[in-house]
Design a protein around this ligand. Structure first.
Ligand code: UDP
Length: 403
C-alpha cells in the first residue's frame, strides 16, 4: 500500500506537508476518474499509482471504466490516430458506432463524483451527464496537429467541460474552457521504477534468452505505428554496421488498442532472422520492464507523435542515456546534449546511438542529468499537487486559496 510519507526521501517533508494541506481543502469531495482500460499504456500506468495515493492523503478518489466492444475501440483508435495527425477515413457509420456505445455508457456508468475526471476521447461523451459537479477532460495524446474533422466532432464535447488538461504547451487549442498544462509523471516507488537487485535483472535477461555479450539498445512501447518500432530496427541496422549490439523491442498490448497484434507482426517481419533482435510481447509485468530498461546501455523512444512518453521518464530516472524523437512531450524531458539526445530521423537516431555506445562517460553524464531533471519535475508528487490545485480552482473560481 502506497503511503505519502514514503515519498519524503525523494521530495522532502515540505512537499509532503503541502500535499496534505491541499487535500484537506478537498475533504468530503469525491474525485471520479473514468477511462477505457485498466491495463496497458500510460493512462492506466498513472491511474494505478495516482488513485491510491490520492486516497492516502485523504481525497476520496475512485476509478471507473467505460465499456466498449471491438467496433467501438476500432473507431476510437481511428480518433486517436487522427488526433495525432494521421489521415484516417472516419465514416458516418464510425460516428454512429461511437455515439451508440457512448449512449450506453452515458446510461450505465455510475456517475457520482463531485469532480469527474475523464481521460482521453473514448469516454468524452459522458459529459452529457453533467449537472452541478465539475468536469475535467484530460487529454493525454499529442494533439498539436489533429485532423480537423475529428477534432471538430470531439470539440462539441470538449466545450461542455469546466476545464481541459493537456500535457505540453504545443497541444493547447482555442477552446472556450479553462485549460491547464500538466505533464504526467512516474512513481519512483512503483515496481516499474524502484531499484532492482542485479540478480533480478539477470534473471529477466535469462528468461528472455538475452545474452549480455554486446551492448543492449531497447525501446519499450505498445506495438503502435506512432512508436515507430520499424524505424528503430532500421536505426539499429545502421548502428550494427559499426558496433556489435543487440536490440530489444519490448511491448504489450492495451485493451483499448486493436492494432497491436498487426503492428507486432510487421515488426517481426522486419526483424527477420537476426538473432540479436529480441522482439518481446510482454505480459503486463512491471518488474520485467524495469529490469529490461536497467539492463540496457541505450534507451530509444523513436516516436512519430507522443503525448508525453512515460518510457522516456522511466529510462532517465534509471540514469539511462536516451535517444528520443523531438516530438510531443519528449522535449520537456530531454534537453538536447544535456539530459539525453533528440533526433529527427532514423539516421539521426543511429548517429546518436553510435555516439553513446562509443562514449560511455558521455552516456553516463546524460543519464545523471536526466535523472535529476525527472526528480525535479516529473515525479508523482508534483503531478498530484498540480491536480489538487486544478480541483480546488474549480470550486474557488477567482478566490485566492491560502495554504
Ligand atoms: N508499458 C509496459 N509494458 C509494455 C509497454 C509499455 O508496462 O509492454 C508501459 C511503459 O513502461 C509506460 C507506459 O506503458 O509506463 C506507456 O506510456 P507512454 O506514455 O510511454 O506511452 P502510451 O502507451 O501511453 O502511448
Amino acid at each position: 500500500m502506497q503511503r505519502i510519507e514514503d515519498y519524503t526521501p525523494f521530495v522532502g517533508q515540505p512537499t509532503v506537508d503541502d500535499l496534505r494541506r491541499l487535500a484537506e481543502r478537498l475533504r468530503g469531495k469525491v474525485v471520479q476518474h473514468v477511462n477505457s482500460t485498466a491495463v496497458g499504456g500510460g493512462v492506466a500506468e498513472i491511474l494505478n499509482r495516482m488513485v491510491p495515493l490520492l486516497n492516502d492523503i485523504g481525497v476520496d478518489a475512485r476509478w471507473d471504466l467505460i465499456k466498449g466492444g471491438e467496433q467501438f475501440f476500432d473507431v476510437t483508435k481511428k480518433f486517436h490516430n487522427a488526433l495525432q495527425g494521421r489521415e484516417e477515413e472516419v465514416t458516418e457509420r464510425d460516428l454512429e458506432i461511437f455515439l451508440d456505445t457512448s449512449e450506453r455508457n452515458i446510461r450505465e456508468v455510475d456517475v457520482h463524483g463531485d469532480v469527474m475526471f475523464i481521460h482521453d476521447p473514448q469516454p468524452i461523451a459522458l459529459v452529457r451527464r453533467k449537472n452541478q459537479n465539475k468536469w475535467i477532460w484530460r487529454c493525454h495524446i499529442d494533439v498539436s496537429n489533429p485532423v480537423r474533422k475529428v477534432w471538430r466532432f470531439l470539440r462539441e464535447y470538449m466545450v461542455k467541460y469546466d476545464a481541459a488538461v493537456f500535457s505540453a504547451p504545443g497541444f493547447s487549442h482555442k477552446l472556450p474552457v479553462r485549460q491547464f498544462l500538466i505533464a504526467p509523471s512516474i512513481d519512483p516507488l512503483s515496481d516499474k521504477n524502484r531499484d532492482l537487485p542485479p540478480e533480478i535483472i539477470d534473471d529477466v535477461l535469462t528468461k528472455y534468452d538475452i545474452p549480455k555479450d554486446k551492448p543492449i539498445i531497447t525501446q519499450v512501447s505498445r506495438f503502435d505505428r506512432f512508436k515507430d518500432p520499424v524505424g528503430v530496427i532500421k536505426a539499429y541496422t545502421l548502428v550494427k554496421r559499426y558496433i556489435p549490439c543487440r536490440l530489444i523491442l519490448a511491448g504489450g498490448t492495451a485493451d483499448d488498442d486493436p492494432e497491436g497484434l498487426k503492428v507486432l507482426e510487421e515488426v517481426r517481419e522486419h526483424a527477420g532472422q537476426d538473432p540479436d533482435i529480441h522482439v518481446l510481447l510482454l505480459p503486463q509485468n512491471d518488474i520485467e520492464v524495469n529490469a529490461l530498461q536497467r539492463a540496457s546501455d541505450v534507451i530509444v523512444q523513436k516516436s512519430l507523435s507522443e503525448g508525453f512518453g512515460l518510457t522516456v521518464a522511466e529510462a532517465l530516472w534509471k540514469g539511462k542515456a536516451v535517444v528520443a524523437s523531438n516530438v510531443g512531450g519528449i522535449p520537456l524531458q530531454i534537453t538536447h546534449k544535456y539530459s539525453g539526445l533528440l533526433c529527427h530521423s532514423i539516421e539521426g537516431a543511429a548517429f546518436f546511438i553510435k555516439q553513446l555506445l562509443n562514449s560511455p562517460d558521455y552516456a553516463l553524464k546524460l543519464g545523471q542529468n536526466g535523472r535529476e531533471h525527472i526528480k525535479q519535475n516529473f515525479l508523482l508528487t508534483r503531478h498530484l499537487r498540480d491536480y489538487l490545485l486544478v480541483f480546488l480552482s474549480l470550486f474557488h473560481r477567482g478566490d485566492i486559496v491560502y495554504l
